[in-house]
Design a protein around this ligand. Structure first.
Ligand SMILES: *Cc1c(COP(=O)(O)O)cnc(C)c1O
Length: 362
């Protein structure tokens, strides 16, 4: 059935080998997390990740996804990590399914401590520090708050302070560098000196930090990276380069043509707004060969689709339809043919989430 998201296990395994080599051998990290949220913790790909010897943690932003790998009950199952700071309402599930959760709010950590006590467990947390990207974390300039928070955590009976971490290039698009990551490592050192403890992890960010590992420039003291997009698509997301040893076509969308007709390129009549309330603009290409494929904005992000046939242009679309200009293609397309696309992160995320899109593996 189409549309389908085709995941190539051999290529994804190659990407995983490449990012693991960069992170650990070149970057000197002692642990690596692979992030499964973009594929909604797809069971086949999660199993491949679980079996990889250089992966230490499987990480996701949703507890449901982490619970699904626990159900795989695989003997090589890695430790699980929850990336999104938990909601108060989910602390019991977090303690049940997650080995390490990211946190920045004492009220939540107190509830985790109570839930862990009730379950007779010790729950590990990573305290998030905001180094300027302004998403989650205690702001790095508020060092007193950081130290007071650490002090209270260290007094909790059922919480282990596993380490500290930062997230960058998400909200504020701030690029990881020697200053902000070096600053994180310096805060880790201050915590260790002040409380006489050793942190097991200083997590230096996501796929936007891997370029530093590749250049062997990860600041001293950064011991972990968390990688999603670099593994799936081979991207260094700081400077948008391709990482050596990776490919960008391990995940492909295939969609089927449901209509193919020659029509004008400019709509006829008074122009109002499109199905999403926007005023469209059109380029006059004369009479063109227009193909409609059965996939749309409900399933994907049209701007994040790159046709493998380079002579196809995406004209636009609506919830359930995408319109292609196939006039210049060397192939004589017909109704029923399948068109394939490489994908950007946002498009993969939506396709993996859509129940209308089949998942296939090669
Ligand atoms: C999503 C996420 C990641 C992975 O990001 P990529 O850019 O896909 O590598 C890492 N850390 C946190 C906290 C995240 O939310």
């Amino acid at each position: 059935m189409y549309p389908r998201l085709v995941m190539d296990r051999k290529k994804l395994k190659g990407n995983l080998d490449a990012v693991a080599h960069i992170t650990k051998d070149e970057g000197g990290c002692d642990s690596m997390m692979i992030v499964t949220k973009c594929l909604c913790a797809d069971p086949v790909i999660s199993r491949m990740i679980a079996e990889h010897p250089m992966v230490d943690f499987m990480a996701d932003s949703r507890v449901q996804n982490l619970a699904s790998y626990c159900e795989m009950a695989h003997e090589n199952l890695k430790k699980t990590c929850l990336l999104r700071i938990p909601m108060h309402c989910e602390v019991e599930e977090v303690v049940k399914y997650v080995d390490l959760s990211f946190n920045s709010e004492l009220s939540t950590i107190r509830l985790l401590n109570e839930a862990a006590a009730k379950a007779g467990k010790t729950h590990s947390i990573l305290l998030m520090i905001d180094m300027g990207d302004l998403r989650e974390g205690i702001f790095f300039k508020n060092e007193d708050t950081i130290m007071e928070t650490v002090e209270e955590i260290l007094g909790m009976s059922n919480i282990e302070l596993y380490g500290i971490g930062v997230n960058l290039t998400c909200y504020g698009a701030i690029i990881p560098k020697a200053d902000n990551l070096g600053g994180l490592a310096a805060i880790a050192k201050k915590i260790e000196d002040r409380f006489g403890i050793k942190l097991k992890m200083v997590s230096g960010g996501n796929s936007s930090s891997i370029y530093l590992a590749e250049k062997k420039e990860l600041p001293e003291g950064i011991t972990n990276l968390r990688l999603g997009e670099s593994f799936l698509l081979g991207n260094d997301t700081a400077y948008l380069t391709k990482l050596p040893g990776t490919v960008d076509d391990a995940i492909i969308l295939e969609a089927q043509i449901v209509e193919l007709k020659e029509k004008p390129s400019i709509p006829i009549g008074e122009v109002g707004v499109d199905a999403f309330g926007e005023k469209p603009e059109y380029e006059d290409r004369g009479i063109i060969k227009r193909a409609i494929i059965a996939v749309g904005k409900q399933d994907t992000d049209l701007g994040g689709m790159i046709p493998l046939d380079e002579k196809i242009d995406i004209l636009g679309g609506s919830s359930d339809h995408t319109l292609l200009d196939v006039t210049k293609s060397d192939k004589e397309y017909k109704v029923g043919d399948v068109v394939s696309f490489k994908l950007e992160y946002g498009a993969v995320l939506k396709l993996a989430t859509s129940k209308y899109v089949e998942k296939a593996y090669i």
